[in-house]
Design a protein. Structure first.
Length: 247
């Protein structure tokens, strides 16, 4: 009798797994009006003996309005920090430090970065993750590109199940990056994606990583992206980590 009971549990578990694997889900950003979300991004890049760089950026995204399939938001950078070693010269900057804590190169970086920390980015997007409009006040060169980086994935229109995949193409600075997302698992709490892809153009290379998406909100709560590239004969390895949470 005990063996039959165990066998029943095994069969029931297998049936449940089979049913879950057939579950379909529509990936959509379900932002909450009035809510603020924190995005933390870290980028580490190694280019042999030429350069090593570590950058971390924190930003707040406040959702001003949600209408049908679109949303309006305002973004503000709350912290920026970087450590760069290039040609034997070290540059270190942290926006949370006072002038007394920064060296001369850090103070020079502060002059360049402070306007970004004071700017407000107004962004309109849709629930697929596409950026439709951006406006920066005051206008600062390069800020629009940074704003677009806050959306690191665009969801497909069709429903997905385990094993489904879709691709997203980004063109930046002469590089074409083809991201391929594959659904690894679906649960009531989390959707797990595997990431692969390739880079062509000014650089060639491979992309790999993974992403965890909160099922209810569609928010990519954790993203891990690796890029191994060859740029004009120079090998480069980049690791990008991004987290997002409701404050």
């Amino acid at each position: 009798m005990k063996k039959l009971f165990v066998l029943f549990l095994v069969i029931a578990a297998n049936v449940t797994i089979a049913q879950d694997s057939q579950n379909e889900v529509l990936l959509r950003l379900n932002y909450e009006k009035g809510a603020t979300y924190n995005v933390a991004m870290k980028v580490n890049q190694e280019m042999g003996t030429l350069m090593s760089m570590g950058v971390s950026v924190n930003m707040d995204i406040k959702v001003l309005d949600v209408t049908d399939n679109t949303y309006d938001s305002e973004m503000r950078f709350t912290k920026m920090a970087m450590d760069v070693l290039q040609g034997g010269q070290a540059i270190s900057y942290d926006s949370s430090k006072s002038d007394d804590e920064l060296d001369d190169t850090g103070k020079m970086m502060k002059v360049q970065m402070e306007p970004m920390l004071k700017a407000v980015i107004y962004l309109k997007g849709n629930n697929l993750g596409e950026v439709l409009e951006t406006k920066i006040e005051p206008t600062i060169a390069g800020m629009e590109d940074l704003a677009k980086q806050s959306s690191n994935i665009i969801y497909p229109k069709e429903a997905l199940k385990v094993g489904s995949s879709w691709n997203m193409v980004k063109n930046e600075k002469g590089m074409k990056m083809n991201f391929i997302y594959t659904v690894k698992s679906i649960s009531n709490k989390t959707i797990v994606l595997d990431l692969t892809g390739d880079i062509s153009g000014m650089a060639t290379g491979k992309i790999f990583g993974n992403m965890n998406i909160e099922t209810s909100s569609g928010i990519p709560v954790e993203s891990f992206i690796n890029m191994d590239m060859n740029i004009g004969g120079q090998e480069s390895k980049s690791k990008i980590t991004m987290t997002m949470s409701k404050k």
